[in-house]
Design a protein around this ligand. Structure first.
Ligand code: URA
Length: 442
């Protein structure tokens, strides 16, 4: 059966409901290039406005999963657990969770994405390390996971090809923040990994695709239901993305932050460790992953074991192993920016809020993300945060520093950041980093 593309777009534009056959055809025609990019962009926008039912979302996920082939790790006879985030700014925890789980000898086959909308992507971060290869063949990925527990790759022409194409199209057509499109994108990749467990980091707040915790909860429940229907144990943590996570946002700088955390380093400013949010969230996500593996019986033991793997240097060795087998890559040659500028407070008060999406857009202006699918990333571009929401600041005090290999957009970036970092009379209510956990339902 074949369909007329414009008729399918019209159906969703008018709020109609697609059959499973229609979605299968749409995704396979898109993968073959017969449903064109401009038609897909129009359809994705229609979905953005009119949504998909739960049945349509599940059918779309399955069509996207079956647009390519799936890994089969059943021969390992052992748990396979991954974590995936719905996207944030400075959201770098995969670079720590993967090594922590590898150190725990938990198989972690990780299919990741590039930057999406105003958020960063694991593949772009890892590619800032000279020599690092994310374009692994199916065979290489399978072999790396089998022998080293942890490997990272992107979608390919063989694995999740529909997500590969749709992901980069959504990135530049303002169709990222759609609950069903996020669900299908994430779960098609995760189901292709042949997992037994999945930890979801579902972000809410000014830098997340879901602004309210209620929307994040709805997204988490839908993601979880799709995973569980396929026999995967899923836990979802609803986490605070009202400010960038940790010290840095930007590809090479985020890698540096993670590498230093793995080395046991802290970065203290005014008696507070700016690496703490990145470290704490990564440890918590990893502990939940370890619990899902079934290797420990409770979260307290899982947390203790994961903390020990960081403290002992075992996770650092797992990261260095990843750099070797997906390279050889040389982290000592992590590129650094030629230009940098500080933003200072124009008045005294408290950091009352951060418009974190605007911080992500400032990163794109700096070159850390893409405006069109053909754009090249400047791996050195980034922002270093000196303050966190709630901090008291005096007029003239540094708030953040931004940097890149070109200063061409510095005026625009400075204006964006000055508006994004709000200073008020009183400190805001503090929101915990992990606000809620939807535990798996065995
Ligand atoms: N991560 C993904 O892989 N896809 C999305 O749509 C959002 C976050």
């Amino acid at each position: 059966m074949s369909y007329i593309p414009a008729e399918l777009i019209k159906k969703k534009k008018l709020g109609g409901c697609h059959s499973r056959e229609e979605l299968n055809w749409l995704i396979s025609a898109f993968t073959r290039g017969e449903f064109t990019d401009y038609q897909m962009a129009a359809w994705a926008m229609a979905v953005w406005f009119n949504g998909l039912t739960d049945d349509e979302t599940t059918a779309l996920t399955n069509s996207m999963l079956h647009s390519g082939s799936r890994f089969d790790f059943s021969f390992l006879n052992a748990p396979r657990v991954d974590k995936h985030s719905t996207g944030g700014v400075g959201d770098k925890t995969s670079l720590l969770v993967g090594p922590l789980l590898a150190a725990a000898k938990i198989y972690t086959p990780m299919i990741s994405g590039r930057g999406l909308g105003h958020t960063g992507g694991t593949l772009d971060k890892l590619e800032s390390i000279p020599g690092f290869r994310v374009n692994l063949s199916r065979k290489e990925f399978q072999s790396h996971v089998t022998h080293h527990y942890f490997a990272v790759m992107g979608q390919t022409a063989d694995i999740c090809p529909a997500d590969k194409k749709l992901y980069s199209l959504r990135d530049v057509t303002s169709t990222v923040d759609s609950l069903p499109l996020i669900c299908a994108s994430i779960m098609s990749k995760k189901l292709a990994e042949d997992l037994t467990g999945l930890v979801l980091d579902v972000k809410f707040g000014s830098g997340a695709f879901m602004r309210s915790i209620a929307d994040a909860r709805k997204l988490a429940r839908t993601l979880k239901a799709i995973g569980e229907k396929s026999g995967v144990r899923v836990a979802a943590l609803l986490t605070n993305m009202n400010e960038p996570l940790g010290r840095f946002a930007g590809n090479a700088a985020e890698v540096l932050e993670c590498y230093e955390i793995l080395q046991g380093k802290t970065f203290a400013v005014g008696g507070r460790d700016l690496y703490a949010p990145t470290r704490d969230l990564s440890l918590e996500l990893s502990a939940h992953a370890l619990l899902l593996s079934g290797r420990v019986n409770d979260l307290v033991h899982a947390r203790n074991q994961i903390r020990e793997l960081l403290a002992s240097g075992a996770a650092l060795r797992a990261f260095e192993n990843l750099l070797e087998h997906q390279g050889p890559s040389d982290i000592s040659r992590l590129p650094t920016a030629k230009f940098s500028k500080e933003l200072t407070a124009t008045r005294s008060g408290f950091v009352s809020a951060m418009q974190t999406e605007a911080i992500g857009l400032a990163l794109i202006e700096l070159g850390a993300g893409r405006k069109t699918t053909a754009d090249h990333i400047d791996p050195t571009a980034g922002i270093e945060m000196f303050v966190r929401t709630g901090d008291a600041v005096s007029a003239g005090a540094p708030l953040c520093r931004f940097f890149a290999n070109s200063a061409a957009e510095f005026v625009t970036v400075e204006q964006l950041l000055a508006r994004a970092l709000e200073i008020g009379e009183t400190p805001p209510k503090q929101i915990p980093l992990v606000a809620e956990v939807l535990a798996d339902s065995p």
